[in-house]
Write a protein that binds this ligand. Structure first.
Ligand SMILES: [Zn+2]
Length: 350
């Protein structure tokens, strides 16, 4: 925070008022703007009888303001918690602009820690959250406006990553954004030349203002490291969106890749989409996702003997191993055994 003294310059009236507010919050008094026009800003302490008074005037450049007068010491007792009222989300947004720029996902709690250290403020969570949104908007522009840049983004990404497959769709009725597909050439080449023909598909929810889903295709490289090949932003997870994704993915790496295996959760439309685009490929269910479903459905606990056994059934390399473990499972828990063998998906190694 800047110190305010006679002779201090501010780029404009707004930044002078921001600094006034900061000093009022820090020194625990309420500031009252007495006059504010094109040529001057005059403020006093809001406490009746307190003589503190400041005046800044427009400089010759017709833009910046200089503090010309600063009179009187505070004789006010200090307004209790005045800071919380003075610290509007506009003020907070301005104050935290730099830290939000460095870390746009900074947690509201961390913002609070910063403000507490600097100003002794403790603000409600929602105010901090709104201020962070506000600061992001100041720095990166309004989310809604950014959708105007989709076609520019696509062109720019392709020009900087030649050979990449990047495309999007929009609603022809009102030109609104629908979906965006990205697969960089380095990633699709990396998959073709350096990965096992195993592809995992998964989805997660997006948490920005307009929500939607992120679907991704990921492979495993020679070191068993995750190797992303492509991703899309779509409106929701459905057979339609998976189909669109896989059709594009097919254009990226070809649909004739053989052998090829997919692994995913049991999302219904996804299995159908895979069969439609890659009829010759294997599709199996990820045991981690499957166990999560079982846990929820049958109220099982983690680390249970049951979990170990389910994983052993799934991981067995031979049919004998599979059958032995499956039998053990049927003895331990008939319901889950029945559920597993009734599934229309393959979820085991053997
Ligand atoms: Zn005062």
């Amino acid at each position: 925070m800047e110190n305010i003294a006679v002779g201090t310059y501010f780029p404009d009236a707004i930044s002078f008022k921001h600094a006034l507010r900061s000093i009022a919050i820090k020194e625990n008094f309420r500031v009252r703007i007495k006059a504010s026009d094109k040529t001057r800003v005059i403020a006093t302490c809001a406490y009746q009888g307190c003589k503190w008074r400041i005046r800044a005037s427009l400089c010759e450049d017709d833009q910046s303001f200089e503090v010309r007068r600063l009179e009187g010491d505070h004789t006010c007792p200090g307004t209790n918690r005045a800071g919380n009222r003075l610290a509007t989300s506009t003020w907070v947004a301005n104050e935290i602009q730099d830290i939000v720029k460095r870390n746009p996902d900074i947690h509201p709690k961390e913002i609070n820690n910063n403000l507490e250290k600097e100003y002794g403020l403790s603000l409600p969570y929602m105010k901090l959250w709104r201020s962070r949104e506000h600061a992001r908007e100041n720095i990166f522009g309004c989310i809604d406006d950014n959708y105007k840049w989709v076609s520019t983004l696509q062109a720019e990404l392709i020009s900087r990553n030649p050979g990449s497959h990047i495309t999007y769709t929009y609603d022809v009725r009102d030109n609104s954004f629908q979906r965006f597909y990205v697969s960089f050439k380095v990633c699709s080449d990396g998959f073709k030349y350096g990965c096992r023909p195993l592809i995992s598909l998964d989805a997660c929810h997006l948490k920005s203002k307009h929500l939607g889903m992120l679907l991704s295709v990921i492979s495993l490289d020679g070191n068993n490291g995750l190797f992303p090949i492509g991703f899309v932003v779509v409106e929701n997870e459905s057979k339609q969106t998976w189909l669109w994704f896989l059709h594009n993915f097919g254009e990226t790496i070809g649909t004739e890749v053989e052998p090829l295996a997919f692994i995913s959760d049991m999302e219904k439309g996804l299995g159908e989409a895979i069969r439609e685009v890659y009829p010759g490929a294997e599709h199996r269910i990820c045991i981690r996702h499957l166990w999560k479903n079982i846990k929820k459905k049958f109220h099982c606990k983690d680390g249970h003997k049951l979990q170990g056994l389910v994983w052993e059934v799934a991981n067995g390399y031979t049919c004998t191993e599979y059958n032995t473990k499956l039998f053990e499972l049927s003895v331990l828990n008939q319901t889950i055994h029945a559920y597993l063998i009734s599934l229309p998906y393959k979820w085991s190694r053997s």
